[in-house]
Design a protein around this ligand. Structure first.
Ligand SMILES: Cc1ncc(COP(=O)(O)O)c(C=O)c1O
Length: 350
């Protein structure tokens, strides 16, 4: 199926807003009713509107990903990219999305906000996606499939070949949220984009790059899809300050990625310790910066840890995750504290 056939007709025909700073950013700027007197903060000009096309940032991201800059567009966290995806492809009341569960809750929340119904199906027993049962059961109204790899909250990667097969055979839009990909041993699907133009990847600076506070995420796809995102995004969605910070981080990715190696080692150490605790029934394999484990009375354990000032996520309410707790990997000292207190809670409370 052609991508243009999947785009909502009103978006395909949309004459998007032409903002003042779209093409001209230098000269005697008297076109945007800005204040002409310079205000600078950390070398960034604040009295002028920021670049709506995010040229410098997109080039920095493209260099990091080894792609072209017209294949990437940044938003206020990758959650903003979800908003563009639904706007571009899904007509409320008519089109649907598919969500492979258990997974990150935002896909469903966004669908609810837009009034778009979702086809929710379960990953298999090992929390893996299989393309054949999906293709056999997916309703024809579904236009976009949401997958998350490594998946939150289960932690493991989804099999690459199953994702590629569904993208190739189904022919509609396949979104893979790769928020945690830098923590995994497998490379991103970004290398597949040239042959799978209906794939959209969600990436973020909130996890491996340690910049959750600046709110910067991005979508990566074919230039055709990115051009549609550009049409529906707010013209000045990112501030000049945030784009400047983002360029700084992406200019030196190795600095952050050294920390990632440490977090991965800690993940393995914490997993080993959890597996050594006799009350813990299961520690799920993880390629992310968190671990999911199952223990008796997870809600009670969660509350007891809370009393000690340790905040973990009780995921027991999700289907197939009864008595499951998700814990983020902290600093070695935080991990030690968590493991010691968990051991005590498990011995005393159960
Ligand atoms: C799978 C997944 N995607 C996206 C996000 C959020 O990313 P951002 O901070 O870029 O909006 C999270 C946050 O926990 C997540 O778990």
């Amino acid at each position: 199926m052609e991508i243009t056939q999947l785009i909502r007709p009103n978006i395909l025909e949309l004459e998007s807003y032409h903002s003042a700073r779209e093409s001209i950013q230098e000269g005697t700027l008297l076109d945007a009713n800005e204040n002409p007197y310079d205000v600078e903060w950390e070398g960034v000009k604040l009295n002028r509107y920021p670049d709506p096309r995010q040229r410098r940032l997109r080039e920095a991201l493209a260099r990091y990903l080894e792609i072209e800059s017209d294949q990437v567009l940044a938003g206020v966290g990758s959650d903003e990219v979800l908003d563009w995806i639904l706007k571009v492809f899904c007509q409320p009341g008519r089109d649907q999305i598919a969500i492979a569960e258990p997974t990150y809750g935002m896909y469903q929340v966004m669908a609810d906000i837009f009034g778009i119904s979702s086809f929710r199906f379960q990953l298999d027993r090992r929390f893996q996606f299989r393309f054949e049962p999906f293709l056999a059961s997916v309703p024809s109204e579904v236009k976009v499939l949401f997958l998350c790899s490594p998946n939150n909250p289960t932690g493991d990667l989804l099999a690459r070949e199953e994702i590629l097969q569904v993208a190739r055979q189904w022919g509609k839009i396949v979104v893979v949220d790769e928020a945690y990909i830098e923590f995994s041993q497998e490379p991103s699907l970004v290398t597949e984009l040239d042959t799978v133009p209906n794939l959209i990847l969600l990436r973020t600076l909130s996890k491996a790059f340690g910049r959750a506070g600046i709110r910067l995420g991005y979508g990566v796809s074919s230039p055709e899809i990115v051009a549609e995102f550009m049409k529906v995004k707010a013209p000045y969605n990112l501030s000049a300050l945030i784009m400047d910070k983002g360029c700084g981080v992406m200019g030196e990715p190795d600095q952050c990625l050294a920390q990632v190696r440490e977090i991965r080692q800690e993940r393995e150490r914490v997993a080993e310790s959890l597996r050594g605790m006799e009350q813990i029934e299961e520690v799920f394999p993880s390629q992310a910066n968190f671990l999911l484990f199952r223990c008796p009375e997870a809600s009670l354990v969660h509350r007891q840890l809370l009393k000690k000032g340790i905040i973990v996520r009780d995921r027991s309410s999700l289907k197939n995750l009864d008595n499951c707790i998700r814990v983020s990997i902290g600093t070695p000292r935080e991990n030690e504290f968590f493991l010691g207190e968990l051991q005590r809670v498990l011995e005393n409370a159960l």
